[in-house]
Ligand binder design. Structure first.
Ligand SMILES: [Zn+2]
Length: 205
């Protein structure tokens, strides 16, 4: 399928993928105790490899807000026992180690979504976020995210970051099914660009 045909193709209202590549059949809803709130930069919304939306669709308690400044954030934070910010490790940045949360606690995981620059912009625009403990992922397994060049070595797709974090916070729950539509998305992208282009540009040596 040519790139020029892309913009006119009908899109699934739910997953926002072209109908011919709709991922909804691969999305199952996983129960989570830790509420997930994705704060998505507007630039990210139109990105074809927008994995945060897939994460939100695949979780029982998750929301996605699009914007830069979120006036309602403070009110939302006042409704939970604890909240933390998922923001990847930076040199010299103090990081809260991940630990399982008590079942009786209501907690909120806030996930800025966008390029690193845009995610930092969201944190700057919402000072209330700066006071929250920052969680960071250990490097762990390499990302499945083979089609979007990571600008920093620790980068993983947003959906992978959410899965890894929830798996630590709620060890009794299997969050792997959340990754099913993402795996299909990655395969679709490799098919679309052609395996040769993929091997030339993206495969790790
Ligand atoms: Zn769909």
């Amino acid at each position: 399928m040519s790139e020029s045909a892309k913009s006119t193709r009908p899109t699934c209202v739910r997953c926002k993928r072209p109908l011919s590549h709709c991922l909804c059949a691969h999305i199952s809803v996983v129960p989570n105790r830790t509420r997930v709130l994705v704060l998505q930069h507007p630039d990210e919304q139109k990105h074809p490899l927008n994995t945060a939306r897939l994460a939100v669709l695949g979780l029982q308690h998750a929301e996605l807000w699009v914007g830069e400044h979120f006036a309602q954030l403070e009110e939302t934070l006042s409704t939970v026992d604890s909240a933390c910010l998922l923001f990847p490790a930076q040199e010299g940045c103090a990081v809260q180690p991940l630990a399982a949360i008590a079942p009786e606690q209501s907690s909120l995981l806030i996930v800025p979504d966008g390029t690193w620059r845009n995610a930092r912009q969201i944190i700057r625009s919402n000072p209330v976020l700066r006071g929250l403990p920052h969680l960071s992922l250990a490097l762990g397994e390499p990302s499945l995210y083979r089609v979007r060049k990571a600008s920093e070595p620790a980068a993983v797709a947003t959906i992978e970051a959410i899965v890894r974090t929830l798996s630590v916070l709620e060890p009794e729950q299997d969050f792997q099914p959340l990754l099913a539509p993402f795996t299909v998305l990655v395969e679709q992208q490799i098919q679309a660009m052609g395996p040769e282009v993929y091997a030339r540009n993206y495969q790790r040596g």
